[in-house]
Design a protein around this ligand. Structure first.
Ligand code: CMP
Length: 215
């Protein structure tokens, strides 16, 4: 994927794009590698060229909560460049992934010289805040059944007329998204399958349209 195909940079002029392309480096990571760590000092923004990452917060015992899963065309690492604070979360590759890495200086030059980039960043941050608000609502107001159901519906995409979660997520990943244990998620998925709400296939979960978003 070229920088031009990353929505954040889609509206730059050829010369601006050429300038960033010349400075940006392409980095590749295998699956399960820490790309950046919560609390670290920061110096760059990452645009996802290929692959998938999870954004998470963890405690000393390794217990984690997944805040978001991001894929090609999306970016991360902008927050600490904007507010000069340490990284707000840890980002780990979920599959072999590559990124265009843009330095703090280049990013700031783009941001100040290009209102469209600033607007895209604001829109993305607003979208992420809305999603974080939903997550707070789920954690505070729904039980674990409801949280699993809502998360499955959020992750699902229409495929051949069916609602399918095909993100290759483990039960541990789903548990880390809803703040529950893997065993609990396993039990709930079995219950939902038993009730005819979902069908668990090898690497997919097919959702029956009757699954309510809060059980
Ligand atoms: P930064 O704080 O520099 O490093 C961690 C990055 O994770 C952060 O920038 C954002 O790009 C991303 N991030 C943090 N919180 C969320 C969230 N709730 N949803 C999506 N991405 C996030």
């Amino acid at each position: 994927m070229l920088l031009r195909n990353i929505p954040l940079f889609a509206n730059l002029s050829d010369s601006e794009l050429a300038q960033i392309s010349a400075e940006a480096s392409l980095k590749q990571y295998p699956r399960n590698k820490v790309i950046l760590s919560e609390g670290e000092k920061s110096d760059s923004l990452y645009a996802i060229v290929a692959g998938k990452v999870k954004v998470l917060i963890s405690d000393e015992d390794g217990k984690e909560i997944i805040l978001a899963i991001l894929g090609p065309g999306e970016f991360f690492g902008e927050m600490s460049l904007i507010d000069n604070q340490p990284r707000s979360a840890t980002v780990i590759s979920m599959e072999s992934s590559s990124f265009n890495v843009i330095s703090h200086g280049d990013f700031m030059r783009c941001l100040t010289g290009n209102p469209q980039i600033a607007r895209t960043i604001l829109q993305t941050m607003a979208k992420r805040l809305r999603e974080a608000d939903k997550k707070i609502e789920s954690l505070a107001l729904l039980d674990v059944y409801g949280r699993v159901a809502r998360t499955l519906l959020e992750l699902a995409k229409k495929q051949d007329g069916k609602l399918v979660v095909s993100q290759n997520l483990s039960q541990q990943d789903i548990a880390n998204m809803v703040g529950a244990s893997r065993e609990m998620v396993n039990r709930i998925l079995k219950d939902l399958a038993h009730g005819g709400y979902i069908k668990v296939e090898s690497k997919h979960i097919v959702i029956n349209e009757t699954l309510p978003s809060s059980l």
